[in-house]
Design a protein around this ligand. Structure first.
Ligand code: SAM
Length: 315
């Protein structure tokens, strides 16, 4: 275990590397919030989350109408014979995933201020495991937000079609309208909080975070986020899971007061959407990503909006 170096690191930087290691370098109670979108599946973490692997998988399933193009095996959506081995592999996969989440959540817990919020995106199928991993690290679960994307082409099996293709007209007619899944219209964001210092008053005095900016002139914010989609400044061609900038703007505003004293962390920054939104809003940011190319894209995006991120934190 590397020693924690307690010299104040630079903010407004995009760091390349594994967040489980890099987070150790940050001081205790340093960040005001963490808003992040980790890989949704264990198979895509670390070694396998790279461009070659993504390209290989995309090519393999190019002509498939049913497979989700950028979601790997093990996600429960990628087909396969549903035998005992398949379920065992999925089970093992999700257990590994939860263990991995706990590893980064432990460091995250230490580096956040008391009362700070954590928002983690995940699939509706795996969000419960992420929440439990973060609770095991010490966070207190507050909510699960629904981000309604309004897309969601049905991706499962149309049983009637399948039976028709196999020549079983009777079964095709009997099962008309029956599918293997629902239309997936929303993404989950689990909302957790580092425990308060006795109460909100003491926490706010020390940390300046802990509340939700629920009322901002447009009614009282709901835990269903509707009507926020892609805009022209999104970099969807650069990465297969880029989040809308407007959504990240909204989430940051919800949990962090607008002051230069605050730093938002995104340990799975990808193309830097959270960091761009944080900078625009007027708070500091630290983005971490294991992929060199994504770090470059994030830095380029920040430079376009007039911010020059440092290559490395100065520890
Ligand atoms: C779902 S993407 C985030 C995309 C981001 N929301 C955006 O708008 O571009 C997850 C990112 O986590 C990164 N990643 C995976 N494992 C990591 C690790 N151990 N430490 C840091 N980053 C990691 C991947 O390279 C990937 O870019």
């Amino acid at each position: 275990m590397e020693a924690i170096i307690n010299i104040l690191p630079e903010t407004d930087c995009i760091l390349e590397g594994d967040c489980r290691t890099l987070l150790r370098r940050f001081p205790t109670e340093h960040f005001s919030a963490c808003i992040t979108d980790p890989p949704y599946n264990y198979e895509f973490i670390g070694r396998t989350w790279n461009e070659d692997e993504i390209t290989r998988r995309l090519e393999r399933i190019q002509n498939s109408k049913t497979l989700v193009k950028n979601i790997p095996y093990g996600s429960g959506l990628a087909g396969g014979v549903r035998n005992e081995r398949w379920y065992a592999r999925n089970r093992e996969n999700i257990e590994q995933y939860q263990k991995w989440c706990k590893e980064w959540a432990d460091e995250l817990f230490r580096t956040l201020r008391p009362g700070a919020y954590v928002m983690v995106f995940n699939s509706t199928r795996t969000i419960a495991h992420v929440q439990v991993a973060l609770e095991d690290a010490g966070f207190y679960a507050r909510d699960i937000l629904v981000w309604r994307r309004h897309s969601g082409i049905p991706k499962g099996l149309n049983f009637s079609d399948k039976m028709g293709k196999l020549g079983d007209e009777k079964a095709a007619s009997r099962w008309t309208g029956w599918h293997s899944c629902l239309r997936n219209e929303w993404e989950a964001i689990c909302l957790l909080q580092k425990p308060l210092l006795n109460n909100y008053i003491e926490t706010i005095k020390k940390s300046d975070v802990g509340l939700l900016h629920a009322e901002d002139g447009f009614g009282f914010a709901s835990n269903i986020i509707d009507g926020i989609g892609r805009s022209l400044d999104d970099k969807t061609s650069e990465h297969c899971t880029v989040k809308p900038l407007d959504l990240m703007r909204y989430l940051i505003r919800l949990v962090v007061p607008q002051s230069h004293d605050h730093i938002v962390l995104d340990p799975f920054a990808g193309t830097g959407t959270t960091c761009v939104a944080a900078h625009e809003y007027g708070v500091g940011y630290v983005g971490i990503d294991i992929n060199q190319r994504y770090c470059e894209i994030a830095r380029e995006r920040l430079m376009v909006i007039g911010q020059v991120p440092t290559q490395k934190a100065l520890f």
